[in-house]
Ligand binder design. Structure first.
Ligand code: B12
Length: 216
């Protein structure tokens, strides 16, 4: 792949026009969208996070970096989601209550769509009952939750508990992700799986769907 480090710089510097421009040229050169995301875009957002953590960046810089990331993702995600394959399962995805971060969640949703899943995206700041009510509509659903804050990841447990009290816990599978999470945390709250990134999220969702097939 050619060098698209300009895309990394555009995101870190919050230049959404340049981010879109470089993305377009990369696509014209037939670059794999997943590679652009993994090699330049996620590292750029991590750098933005590091600068924020050491008080070099503040919320406005996070916002303009996120806008640049989104300008590029808008061009890439239709390609990730254009799998056009037969539906392999249903996923209800959202960012948990109190949390407004949606870049990672959107990436996971697009990758799952591209892998053939029906994806119902509930958006951000999703109350526990919304996950439960949407999961209830169809047996064999995967509930996928995202959290980027240590203060909101705890809200995932409320969803698992409510699925349990609604008598749905055996009928759905729960997967969780987001930067502050760990596999241990996922296990502690009673989720069925955790994955670190969007590619692994697809493999995890496939595994969880196959469990439905074996327990049906
Ligand atoms: C961009 C950003 C924002 C933007 C979000 C814009 C948007 N539309 O999403 C804005 C400016 C709104 C924002 C606000 C805040 N933010 Co912020 N933000 C970030 C930043 C820089 C990048 C996040 C990101 O998009 N990463 C890129 C994506 C692709 O990665 P990802 O989200 O991790 O997703 C991947 C995996 O985690 C996984 N995944 C994600 N979800 C799921 C779900 C499932 C089911 C699975 C399987 C996998 C999975 O797959 C994804 C793709 O590979 C991070 C720093 C960082 N390094 O994470 C801070 C960060 C998360 N923010 C932070 C903070 C503190 C805040 C604020 C509280 C700041 C403030 N003082 O107001 C607010 C909170 C607002 C709220 N209530 O949510 C802290 C959190 C600290 C903590 N430990 O809790 C961080 C870590 C920055 C830091 N280093 O301190 N933020």
């Amino acid at each position: 792949m050619s060098d698209y480090s300009q895309l990394y710089d555009a995101i870190v510097n919050g230049d959404h026009r340049l981010a879109a421009e470089v993305t377009k040229s990369a696509l014209e050169a037939n670059t794999d969208p997943s590679e652009l995301i993994a090699k330049y875009m996620i590292p750029a957002m991590n750098e933005v996070g590091n600068r924020f953590a050491c008080n070099e960046y503040f919320v406005p810089e996070l916002l303009i970096a996120a806008r640049a990331m989104k300008a590029s993702l808008e061009l890439l995600t239709p390609l990730l989601a254009a799998g056009g394959v037969q539906r392999v399962g249903r996923v209800v995805i959202g960012t948990v209550k109190g949390d407004l971060h949606d870049i990672g969640k959107n990436l996971v949703a697009s990758m799952l769509e591209g892998a053939g899943f029906e994806v119902i995206d509930l958006g951000v700041d999703v109350p526990p009952d919304k996950f439960v009510d949407t999961a209830r509509e169809k047996e064999g659903t995967i509930v996928a939750m995202s959290a980027l804050l240590t203060t909101t990841m705890v809200n995932m447990k409320a969803v698992v508990d409510r699925l349990q009290s609604a008598g749905l816990r055996d009928k759905v599978r729960v997967m969780v992700g987001g930067a502050p999470l760990t596999p241990q945390f996922a296990e502690q709250i009673g989720a069925d799986g955790y994955s670190e990134n969007a590619t692994e999220a697809v493999a995890l969702a496939r595994r969880l769907v196959s469990e439905f097939a074996t327990t049906a």
